[in-house]
Ligand binder design. Sequence first.
Ligand code: RB5
Length: 149
Amino acid sequence: MIALGCDHGGLNIKNAVIKYLEDKGIEYKDFGCFTEESVDYPEYAFKVAKSVTNGESELGILCCGTGIGISMAANKVKGIRAAVVSNEFCAEMTRRHNNANILCMGGRVSTEEEAVKYADIFINTPFEGGRHNRRVDMITAIENETYTI
Ligand code: RB5
């Protein structure tokens, strides 16, 4: 399951990603928003982040105007590694190396076609593990305030 969320600035690209998921038969849950009325992105970041950390969804996709604000909010939830992506290389590498569990994109940054491409790469790229496990574990230690130098 993929959890989806957006604000008014990311609605167009979220809808493009939904069409892609439906075409591919990939299960998703859309946490809103559903119209172009101005809304507050932290609400959708929180709902999608919780769906990922409680195990309901394997991955999340969040969209706002830039992808930045919604990523900042999502990254405040323990266990979330949300990555802002605006090119194909980063869409791939943030799964391979960072084990990112939420993809964040901007509707005022990326076209619908680009957003779908980044989502496709993100969903289909595995975490490499190995030496990257240690680094991701260090991020978790910082989050848990157990990190020591
Ligand atoms: C909303 O206008 C805009 O601030 C929001 O979509 C996002 O870009 C914030 O980071």
